[in-house]
Each structure stands twice: as structure tokens, then as C-alpha cells.
Write a protein that binds this ligand. Structure first.
Ligand code: AMP
Length: 332
């Protein structure tokens, strides 16, 4: 039997470079050899209270982006989380064995509680439980995610093991964060601070459908260094971020040249950003065009979503049947 792979992306806006290199790039390889489930996390996105039009529009966009990037509905199951309501039932069961203290200690929850004090809803607190339900629903063992999800994966393992212990069974496997090169990646944003993210705004993120001029403008305005430069001055965080972004799309020889210029204290950040913008455009241009074409074909997207949900529900319903039996509910 093939190992099961599960992963998802929130439908809050468009996919950015971090989503691609942290998650989707691995999805593309995994769909070839594994039993793969890739979903659009629209239940998860409700923590930010989108209106119905935005919820639908952004979900459709993520689906179009999945297809444009190369996910194949015949090779994997591509579905909307909300089309597989078994997710919500498993989530309910898992909440009974998740404890307030451990949920409050999760870094992403603490960060959200700090940045959005007026909307610390229970969905945010329970975010890792819903994520565990997404994975355990298909008994997933490999979960292609970026570095930011490592702690959530650890919690998914905790919930799986706790369920097994409580019911004295060996039902759920332990899911592991996965990346082909063995390193979970963190793609930085353009602001010189933390990771690229959907919530830090347009100036910080590079979206997979950014128009050429807009893309160039954003990169030229990216934070670099204003401090004094000299021989062998260590790279500031902002400059390291630019080099990290270059590593994703530029030729290694070009990066080496800029690295040597930095060591020599002769680097011109304007030139570095121009190079990064040009190579980023080469990377993004074909994706942008494909996304637009696929997005225009609503009928095709609806068919893909329906087909994916049907496939995902076969596995989800089997799991829920078994879980209900283990817990002791009446089975039909
Ligand atoms: P999200 O956009 O938060 O729903 O994340 C969807 C997937 O993209 C998850 O696997 C994340 O780990 C990954 N991801 C999001 N942002 C980044 C980033 N800046 N670097 C690497 N991976 C990321």
C-alpha cells in the first residue's frame, strides 16, 4: 500500500512564493508516487471572518493556482475542506482530548493573540486541532509543509498518540512534516523582517500572479541595508532575506558573484534587486498566464472540485466509520 500524503493551504487570498516553495513544490513530486490528498483549507480561513463572496472567490483562486502549478486531479485528490464534512466530525472528537494549556502555548496562537487582540476566537485556539483532523482523516504520514508548521505537526502527533492511548489501539499513524531535501523551508518576505505570509500585506509578499511592473516595483522597494559597509561585514537580516530569495530563482553563479561583492564591501543593492526582479519575473510569468486561463474556466474548476471531494470522502468516511466504532458509538 502507498504511504498517504496530506496537506492544505488556507483560502485567504492568493498563493505566494512561500506557499509554492514551502508546500506546493513538494506536492508536485509527491502526487507521482503516493496516495495524495491536497485540500483548500476554507474552514480554517473562517478565523478571519471573510464574507461569502470573498470566501468563494479566494477558494476558487487557490484551486486554479493548484492546477496551474501542475497538480493533477487524476494523480491526487484535490478538494475543498468544507466539501468533506467528516473533517468537522473528527475535529470534534479530537477537541475532547486537547487541553487548553497546550493550545495556548502554540507560537502561532500567541502571535495572533498579540497582533489581533479584538478577534481571538476559539477557532484560532483550536487551529492545530483542525489541522490534525485534516491529516488524520486520511491517516496521513507525510505532510509537506514549510518550517512555520513544524509545531502544528508536533501537536498532530500528540493528538494521534493520545487517541491511540485512550482507546488502547494503534489506529492513527504519526504524521511527519516532509520536504524532499529534508529541510523545512522558510521563505522570507520583502520587508526585512519575518516569513512571507498572506497576512503581512502586498508589499511584503510575492504572489504567483503578480504583474511584471508591480513585481519589479515591490522588489526594488524591498528593505536592504542602510548601514556602513566594509570588507567581511556580516549580512544583516534584511540582506540575508534577499539572498535567500535569490537562492530560489537565480543562477548559483550569479548569487556567488553578489556574495563576493558583499564580502568585498562593493555590493550595490540596486543591482542585486534588479537581478532578483528579472529572475523572479522569468519564474512567475508562465504561472501568471496559466492561472488567468484556468481561473476563467469556472465549469472546469467546479468539476475538479466535485471529483476531488468524491475521492476524498471515500477515505474520510472509512476513517470516521472506524473512529466511531473505536470510540464506542453505535455503528450502522
Ligand atoms: P498558509 O498560507 O499559512 O495556509 O500555508 C500553507 C502552506 O504554505 C503551509 O505548508 C506553510 O508551511 C507554507 N508556507 C506559508 N508561508 C511560508 C513561508 N513563508 N515559507 C515557507 N513555507 C510557507
Amino acid at each position: 500500500m502507498k504511504e498517504v500524503v496530506v496537506s492544505g493551504i488556507r483560502s485567504t487570498g492568493k498563493l505566494h512564493l512561500g506557499n509554492y516553495f514551502g508546500a506546493v513544490k513538494n506536492f508536485l513530486q509527491l502526487q507521482e508516487d503516493f496516495d495524495s490528498y491536497f485540500f483548500i483549507a476554507d474552514y480554517h480561513s473562517l478565523t478571519t471572518h471573510p464574507n461569502p463572496t470573498d470566501l468563494q472567490g479566494s477558494g476558487k483562486r487557490v484551486l486554479a493556482e493548484y492546477i496551474a502549478l501542475g497538480l493533477d486531479p487524476e494523480k491526487c485528490s484535490i478538494y475543498f475542506q468544507s466539501d468533506v464534512p467528516e473533517t468537522a466530525e473528527l475535529y470534534l472528537f479530537l477537541t475532547m482530548n486537547a487541553y487548553l494549556g497546550e493550545l495556548e502555548r502554540v507560537a502561532s496562537f500567541k502571535e495572533k493573540a498579540r497582533t489581533q487582540p479584538n478577534n481571538i476566537n476559539a477557532g484560532l485556539l483550536n487551529y492545530p486541532i483542525l489541522m490534525a483532523a485534516d491529516i488524520l482523516l486520511h491517516k496521513g504520514v507525510k505532510v509537506p509543509v514549510g518550517k512555520d508548521q513544524a509545531q502544528h505537526l508536533e501537536m498532530a502527533r500528540t493528538f494521534a498518540n493520545r487517541f491511540n492511548r485512550l482507546y488502547n489501539c494503534n489506529y492513527f499513524p504519526e504524521p511527519q512534516a516532509f520536504s524532499f531535501d529534508g529541510i523545512l523551508i522558510k521563505v522570507p518576505g520583502l520587508s526585512g523582517a519575518g516569513k512571507m505570509s498572506k497576512s503581512t500585506g502586498d508589499a511584503d509578499a510575492i504572489y504567483l500572479d503578480d504583474e511584471a511592473t508591480h513585481l519589479e516595483k515591490k522588489i526594488m522597494r524591498a528593505v536592504s541595508d542602510s548601514g556602513a559597509m566594509g570588507m567581511n561585514t556580516p549580512k544583516s537580516q534584511a540582506v540575508q532575506n534577499l539572498f535567500d530569495l535569490m537562492a530560489l530563482v537565480c543562477d548559483p553563479d550569479v548569487i556567488l558573484q553578489f556574495d563576493n561583492d558583499h564580502k568585498a564591501g562593493t555590493i550595490r543593492y540596486g543591482d542585486l534587486k534588479k537581478q532578483l526582479a528579472a529572475d523572479m519575473e522569468i519564474f512567475i510569468a508562465p504561472l501568471r498566464d496559466k492561472i488567468q486561463t484556468i481561473l476563467a474556466n469556472e465549469k472546469h474548476l467546479n468539476e475538479i472540485a466535485k471529483y476531488g471531494a468524491e475521492k476524498a470522502r471515500i477515505s474520510a468516511q472509512k476513517t470516521l466509520r472506524e473512529v466511531r466504532e473505536i470510540i464506542g458509538f453505535r455503528t450502522n
